[in-house]
Design a protein around this ligand. Sequence first.
Ligand code: NAP
Length: 312
Amino acid sequence: MRIVENVVIIGSGCAGLTAAIYCARADLSPLLIEGSQPGGQLTTTSEIENFPGFVEGISGFELTDRMRKQAERFGTRFLSDSVAFVDFSSDVKKITCESFAVESRAVIIATGAAPRMMNIPGEREFFGGRGVSVCATCDAPFFRKKVVAVIGGGDSACEEALFLSTFCERVFTIHRRDKFRASKIMADRVLSNPKITVMWNSVLHEIFGSDRVQGVRIKNVGDSLISEIGCDGVFLAIGHIPNTAPFKSILAMDGEGYIISTGESLVETSVSGVFVAGDCSDRRFRQAVTAAGMGCMAAISVERFLANGGLI
Ligand code: NAP
């Protein structure tokens, strides 16, 4: 017997789980495909202090676990698999995973993005609560009056360095070239900030420490000399990679693979009936609360789309 779902949600981070809660409460009986990292990026964050409602903070794992239980309570069904390819060419969308295939009238893509990593010694070892972070907005308050290093020369790196400078005693920005990629205004703010020292032409070679980060070794790209900087934290800000490979050539994307919203709302894609939420389309904010907000918007859009017989 052919079963066509109302809505399939792809991705189990904050955006996907929030979409599931809303779709389930709207009696759409959503099916959520969890992917290879159930819970998404939040599960690698130690403590979240900026999600509204959690006065004392909450661990990333617990927050997503609670969201999952909430989605399950209202009737979300979960499948543990990863999407291999999709066919969105007709009204009924086909989603093929590694071990099964489903059809659905609407789809919400919430596959997130992965921070670009450098694959250097110490990076994985000290990641998530031991000194290495990919989000200053999330983790800067843990480095009050400490010394940190920010890696990268784009707008994110400049923004992170400036934000960190309001908490930290000193910030080193380590950039592989002799000028910033960031917009002039951001670059100028960094350069005129007395708490920030820029290490030009330098690449991160190693992060060292014992229980926690104690410093970094950087290599000068000109003479290959290695020098050491003592610091308590390292913030990687060298870009993100959106998890959108199965949708390439099917949905409109920018040059880096972020899904572009094309309709009036932030969550409509170039294909009718396919919606998007969270970091796979948001390169700018990348917060749990903004991803959750987009998940809510996508779910309400699906509800209206289905109620209107396929019109938004
Ligand atoms: P980005 O613009 O791609 O910059 C990435 C930075 O990391 C570049 O400086 C790059 O160096 C460096 N990098 C990349 N791979 C590296 C590696 N393996 N080792 C060392 N350095 C490496 O990324 P982003 O800063 O995350 O910004 C993404 C987009 O969001 C941009 O369009 C940006 O304008 C926008 N954004 C805007 C704002 C704002 O307006 N306030 C804030 C954040 C982001 P090179 O320069 O040598 O390539």
